[in-house]
Ligand binder design. Sequence first.
Ligand SMILES: Cc1cc2nc3c(=O)[nH]c(=O)nc-3n(C[C@H](O)[C@H](O)[C@H](O)COP(=O)(O)OP(=O)(O)OC[C@H]3O[C@@H](n4cnc5c(N)ncnc54)[C@H](O)[C@@H]3O)c2cc1C
Length: 403
Amino acid sequence: MDFALSDEQRMVQQMVREFAQKEIAPLIKESDRSGQMNPIVLPRLAELGILGICLPVRYGGQGMDYISLGLVCEELEAVDSTLRVVMSVHMGLNSLGLFQWASEEQKQRFLKPQARGEKIACFGLTESGAGSDVANIQSTARRAGNEYILNGEKMWISLATKAQHCLWIGKTDPKASDAHEGLSAFLVELERPGVKTGDLHGKLGMRAGSTGWIAMQDVRVPEGNRIGEEGEGFKIAMACLDNGRYTVAAGATGLIRACLEASTRYAQERQAFGRQIGRFQLVQQKIATMVQSYEAARLLYLRAGWMKNQGLRNTRETSLAKWFSTEASFQAASEAIQVHGAYGYSDEYEVERYLRNSKGAVIYEGTSEIHQLMQAGYALGYRKDTALRCELPAYDAAVWQCA
Ligand SMILES: Cc1cc2nc3c(=O)[nH]c(=O)nc-3n(C[C@H](O)[C@H](O)[C@H](O)COP(=O)(O)OP(=O)(O)OC[C@H]3O[C@@H](n4cnc5c(N)ncnc54)[C@H](O)[C@@H]3O)c2cc1C
């Protein structure tokens, strides 16, 4: 594995860093306070090509690799977690899911406008009674001739009220002996009759982002909107999570970096007992731990990105990266507040926002407990990955950059 960045990867990193720092950083405090996503965010991400960064040019993307996606997420979350969430759902959970599982016709119809940012995409898996326990999904998709009729309510859906497309998972076979095998995936255009969406309020963090619900009442979708085979919904959802979790891991790495930068800056400014607080060993210990977490988190996501580039199955490595980096970012944010003392406890400094935002990431896309079960399962030999009917395509610059 060679993790030296290519010129193209460095260009992407620089472009996103400048965008986030110049255009988003000045707005983020106000968006967080008002609980509103700034309307410039999605159009600017589209304009910059970020919403299709690691998709082939022939599908409307930029033809960059999966490591570039990780770099984008690290840079976005170093400034604003909610921008990285956009990448996690639009690109990680939805677009890469279509790239992996959709037919060529569906890629032209759904993926292309998503990659260009003409359509915003979300991912509808969770319900009020089904989060970690995906097989307990109650939403149904009943076949009626060449159509399906969708019913049910999805909760905690990022971009629910901003998206036009939802990759939606529902039950097609309520009698399946293994409930996992009774699920199927659909790409649902959210303007269809019978769809209602709304925002959730009162969130601890991610306030500058959009999290909501999507209700379907007798929503008719053609068979051509089903992604993959009937009964493949669970496998598709898990494969989508392999990509979403990668973006969360890379983003959390950026958040650790932001905590480190804020803490070192403050430790060199703030005086106590006649010295910079950075001179105290107990403050240094917190900063050293942030350095350690950042470097380890970065290597873990780069390894997962490298494996994706090679076309290697990476469920285990991506889960480890996500678990480690999100827990480490929560710790880093908490310690960054400690370094800032009382000032860290107010939104005058950004570290309190980092703490509120970092808590979400140890819950969504597999709670830390679920990742621990996965890691123990692999180590003990109870869990093994089997080949999928459709694997995420390996990166191939010559093909991906061809129009
Ligand atoms: C900000 C935010 C954005 C989100 N965006 C999306 C989205 O875009 N799309 C989407 O589909 N979902 C989304 N979610 C939902 C998220 O994926 C779920 O919240 C998550 O999967 C956990 O499910 P749950 O909340 O139902 O918790 P539960 O599954 O009910 O878990 C509750 C607690 O029990 C523990 N637990 C559960 N099962 C086990 C077990 N077997 N062993 C040990 N402990 C266990 C959990 O770890 C947790 O601590 C989002 C959530 C948040 C907070």
